[in-house]
Design a protein around this ligand. Structure first.
Ligand SMILES: C[S@@+](CC[C@H](N)C(=O)[O-])C[C@H]1O[C@@H](n2cnc3c(N)ncnc32)[C@H](O)[C@@H]1O
Length: 255
């Protein structure tokens, strides 16, 4: 892969701190022989923008670390969910006996800033976020430090399966893995990767919680895709512990 193109793509601030491996993968996805360099750069950035929280969080990053609520409300993925965090974690933790489990949040965005809602529900997990966008990783780590939280965010490309599994293996059991609003993005770049990821995590985890948007991000429009393939795959390979929904998002807990 031409290092210059990667450098050029990452030259934009919003992509300046993401794993190179992810940029390379996306270039391979968009590339065809007829394209000139400009087009490759443009198409790659467009697909990255679609998948990463980088673009959405530019405003957020300017704000520095002020009130948690304001930040959670300002971020597209967490805004709609904000009024329901307490309920969501209550529904999930209801099936968890251990009060200090490990939670590994894949493609976490800024979800780590919702840590207080674990405490409100009487749990004190060790929380690990894996996220491609370095700025969000820094933001979460700052938050953990200033709020004395047992958490850590790691900049990593989820397509590097072995690295992800290593992180998971290095946490104490029981382990709960979150994949909130993540599957679509992974599938756009590599079809069926989410199945591979879920199967690889299966022997290492006690529970996994998957969420899927039920309407498209940023619009009120009802989301058409029913995700039947995902549900079928989950039914065939896991025990479904429970499902629940909040407006705009459905959660599936599997074992
Ligand atoms: C739609 S957002 C959801 C964020 C968070 N899970 C939530 O629901 O609030 C998807 C997140 O996954 C991250 N992401 C996408 N592809 C990734 C990859 N290959 N490796 C690591 N993170 C990735 C994005 O940067 C973004 O923060």
């Amino acid at each position: 892969m031409d290092k210059e193109i990667i450098k050029k793509i990452m030259g934009k601030k919003e992509f300046s701190d993401i794993p190179e491996s992810l940029v390379e993968r996306v270039i391979q996805k968009v590339y065809n022989k007829e394209m000139d360099e400009r087009e490759v750069v443009k198409k790659t950035r467009a697909l990255l923008r679609k998948n990463l929280a980088a673009f959405l969080s530019r405003n957020l990053l300017k704000k520095k670390l002020l009130e948690t609520e304001r930040i959670l409300r300002s971020h597209t993925s967490t805004r709609e969910r904000y009024p329901y965090y307490e309920l969501i974690y209550k529904e999930i933790l209801r099936v968890v006996e251990e009060k200090e489990p490990s939670i590994i949040d894949l493609g976490a965005g800024i979800n780590g800033l919702s840590y207080d809602y674990f405490l409100i529900n009487g749990y004190k997990p060790r929380y690990i976020a894996i996220e491609a966008v370095g700025q969000l990783v820094d933001l979460m780590n700052q938050y953990f430090e200033t709020h004395d939280i047992n958490g850590r965010a790691i900049k990593m490309d989820l397509f590097n399966l072995e690295e992800v599994l290593e992180v998971v293996k290095n946490t104490d059991e029981p382990r709960i893995v979150f994949l909130f609003k993540l599957i679509d993005g992974l599938e756009i770049i590599e079809r069926d990767y989410s199945k591979r990821l879920l199967l690889a995590l299966k022997p290492l985890t006690d529970l996994m919680v998957i969420s899927i948007p039920t309407r498209s991000l940023g619009s009120r429009k009802k989301f058409r895709a029913t995700r039947e393939w995902l549900k079928k795959f989950l039914r065939e390979n896991f025990e479904i512990v429970k499902n629940f929904s909040i407006p705009g998002e459905e959660f599936i807990i599997i074992h």
